[in-house]
Write a new protein. Structure first.
Length: 191
C-alpha cells in the first residue's frame, strides 16, 4: 500500500472550518449589532410616537380644563341671573303688597283701638297701639289670623297706661306679625 500523507489536507480543512467559523461569527456579530440597532430604532420610534400622543392628550386636557372653567363661569353667571330674576319676580309679586297690607290692617282693627306705630323689618311687622281693653287686643289677633296677608300674630306687650288726655285708651300693646302674600303660601303648600 502506498503511503499517503493526509496531514496537509486535514490542516487545510481545519483552517477552512476555522475561517468559516470566524466568518459566521463575524456575520452573527454584525447581524446582532444590526438587530440591536433596529430594535433600538423601533423602540425610539415607539417612544417618540407615545410622547406625541401624550403631548396631544395634554393639549386636549388643557382645552377641556379651559372649557370646564368657562362652563363654571357661565354657571355662576347663570346663577346670578336666576337670583336677579327671582328678586325681580318677588318684587313684582309684592308690588301691591303695601296696598293690600294697609287694606288688611284697616279691616282687621276693631273699634276702640288705635295703631300708633307700624314698622316692617323683612317679613315681620311690629305693630304698636292703644286699646280700650285687653279683649280688643285679643279680637285684633283673631282678625289677623283670619287675614290673607297677615299671619302668626305674637303678642309682646300688653300694659295698662294711665293717661289724662286719652282715658278711653287704657292699654298699650305691641304685636309682631308675619307678612306674607297669599301667592307665597300657595307655593309653600305645593312644595
Amino acid at each position: 500500500m502506498a503511503r499517503i500523507n493526509l496531514l496537509p489536507w486535514r490542516e487545510n480543512l481545519r483552517q477552512q472550518r476555522q475561517k468559516n467559523f470566524l466568518i459566521a461569527l463575524g456575520a452573527a456579530a454584525i447581524a446582532a449589532v444590526l438587530l440591536v440597532m433596529l430594535g433600538n430604532h423601533i423602540m425610539n420610534q415607539m417612544i417618540s410616537g407615545q410622547e406625541n400622543r401624550n403631548q396631544f392628550l395634554r393639549g386636549e386636557i388643557r382645552k377641556l380644563e379651559r372649557d370646564i372653567q368657562r362652563i363654571e363661569e357661565l354657571e355662576q353667571v347663570r346663577d346670578n341671573l336666576i337670583a336677579r330674576k327671582n328678586v325681580i319676580e318677588r318684587l313684582q309679586r309684592n308690588r301691591s303688597m303695601m296696598v293690600h297690607l294697609f287694606n288688611q290692617m284697616a279691616q282687621t282693627v276693631p273699634e276702640g283701638m288705635t295703631l300708633s306705630t307700624v314698622r316692617q323689618s323683612g317679613e315681620q311687622l311690629t305693630i304698636v297701639g292703644n286699646s280700650e281693653s285687653e279683649t280688643r287686643v285679643s279680637d285684633y289677633m283673631r282678625n289677623i289670623e283670619q287675614a290673607k296677608w297677615l299671619h302668626s300674630p305674637r303678642l309682646r306687650i300688653v300694659e295698662r297706661v294711665r293717661s289724662e288726655d286719652r282715658a278711653d285708651q287704657a292699654y298699650r300693646f305691641e304685636l309682631v306679625v308675619e307678612v306674607r302674600s297669599p301667592a307665597d303660601e300657595d307655593e309653600d303648600e305645593e312644595s
